[in-house]
Design a protein. Structure first.
Length: 488
């Protein structure tokens, strides 16, 4: 089967189609089922010469076998001589009076034309690089936005056709043997697109060669200032840095700030004293709490905390475990007060460090453990200061015989918590069965802090009791009980 396209535009079918009454000059299609023809203003008539359609200059064929070419509405009546498209939704048709029509896939529209000369051919290298040629040496170019006249074409011949092998090699032919070969450039300046960031273009054999980007690896090109820079936006910089006039600079970040505290988390929540002379007295394990804040300017990580204490005068600090609530902006520690040394003043301090490694250090605060004064203790004895230094018996039955004038000695200790005065001692003896006690003179070691002793007088034969006590400067005393000895 064959196809015959003529002024009647009949596609061979079993039933001949109605005739198009118009001369057609151009045809183009994006596929076998999407073909356009253009020409003179015309309509379709049946075999009885009766008009069956409205007049148009554009006809469309959708590829259906046995179907007619259908008229297409266009906003012009001038004769169209040529049609070309880069795609099914980007088609150009040109014709008399400089008429240029464009189809965007939905509708045909008229484009502004810079000439009134008849245009006879159209071709393009792409949707934004289209040429139209016509009478009196007219050559137009479309850059995707608007049509303009190519003034570099030096001819007045009527131009009939245009084609190119690429965007840089274009051929135009016309009357009287006119052949024009278009080239993209003659000099490097013809290729300069005015953009710094894509490099300097150059002309080679009539074609423009793209330049190499001017910036080194890791640099960014500033298209406004035409310079290579370290950054264009903050996101081009490392964390904690911002882009300032093309340079990554560290974001100003204020150190964290300590708010109020440390507070004793009990009762009225008093502040811990900052005076060593007037420390806060703490009598039980206590929670200390303080507030803090940070601007999180260069990073968003959580603040970290330290806290420590020491007995005043000590050379070492003891670290405490710190808990915190970043959302609420406070931190706390638990002081182990009951496990600390009795009647001692302690120093306390803490710090807050932000994610930029900047630290705010608190001043030193002071607290004192309660004064608890334990009674003195008898640590050993009483012993007979002779021979094997036997201990006196705790019962009458266990009493043993002492020599006349024996020395009896015991050791003692005290915490001296509430006062530093000496520990005093008293001692008595009596014959078992008697009511009254006879006091004894008590001596101590030279410092009066280790042992005490008595010298027993010459006694009559019998079994005796010994009683003594140890009293500290706070008036507390220990009486260990009765002891027994014999004299013969």
């Amino acid at each position: 089967r064959s196809v015959n396209i003529n002024n009647s535009a009949n596609i061979a079918t079993a039933t001949p189609a109605a005739m198009i009454h118009a001369n057609l000059y151009g045809v183009w299609g994006s596929s076998s089922d999407n073909v356009y023809a253009v020409g003179e203003l015309g309509c379709k008539r049946n075999e009885l010469k009766i008009r069956t359609t409205d007049y148009t200059t554009v006809w469309h064929y959708n590829g259906n076998t046995g179907k007619d070419w259908t008229p297409v509405y266009v906003p012009a009546t001038e004769t169209l001589y040529a049609i070309w498209g880069s795609a099914a939704d980007d088609i150009f048709a040109v014709g008399a009076n400089g008429r240029i029509l464009h189809f965007d896939g939905l509708a045909w529209s008229a484009q502004d034309s810079p000439t009134s000369q008849t245009l006879r051919a159209v071709w393009g290298a792409g949707y934004d690089d289209v040429y139209a040629v016509g009478d009196a040496g007219t050559v137009l170019h479309f850059d995707g936005d608007a049509w303009s006249i190519e003034d570099s074409v030096a001819t007045t011949a009527n131009l009939k056709s245009v084609w190119g092998s690429s965007a840089s090699k274009i051929y135009i032919v016309g009357s009287n043997g006119t052949i024009i070969q278009g080239v993209m450039c003659v000099a490097d300046s013809d290729c300069d697109d005015g953009l710094f960031c894509n490099g300097a273009e150059r002309c080679a054999d009539g074609e423009c060669i793209a330049g190499s980007p001017p910036c080194s690896e890791g640099e960014y090109c500033d298209q406004i200032s035409n310079v290579c820079v370290e950054c264009l936006a903050d996101t081009d910089c490392s964390a904690g840095y911002q882009c300032v006039e093309g340079t990554c600079e560290q974001i100003p970040d204020e150190p964290p700030a300590i708010g109020s505290g440390p507070h004793v988390a009990d009762g009225t929540w008093p502040l811990l004293s900052s005076s060593q002379a007037s420390p806060t007295y703490l009598r039980q394990n206590t929670r200390l709490l303080w507030t803090f804040s940070d601007d999180f300017a260069s990073c968003t990580g959580a603040c970290t905390h330290t806290a420590e204490y020491q007995a005043v005068g000590s050379s070492t600090w003891t670290a405490l475990s710190v808990s915190s609530d970043a959302a609420q902006g406070y931190a706390w520690v638990d002081l182990p007060v009951t496990g600390l040394q009795n009647a001692t003043t302690y120093a306390f301090r803490f710090s807050v460090t932000d994610c930029a490694a900047q630290t705010a250090q608190s001043q030193t605060y002071y607290f004192r453990t309660p004064v608890y004064d334990a009674p003195p203790e008898v640590t050993a004895g009483p012993f007979v200061a002779a021979g094997a230094w036997p201990a006196l018996a705790r019962s009458e039955q266990g009493a043993f015989v002492l020599s006349q004038g024996s020395n009896v000695l015991w050791t003692f200790s005290d915490d001296y918590a509430s006062c530093s005065g000496p520990v005093t001692h008293r001692a008595w003896y009596r014959l078992v069965g008697e009511e009254s006690w006879t006091p004894l003179a008590v001596g101590t070691d030279p410092e009066g802090t280790w042992y005490a002793y008595v010298t027993l007088p010459v006694l009559n034969a019998g079994t005796y009791q010994l009683l003594f006590d140890v009293r500290d400067c706070a008036g507390q005393y220990r009486t260990p009980g009765y002891y027994y000895f014999k004299v013969e």
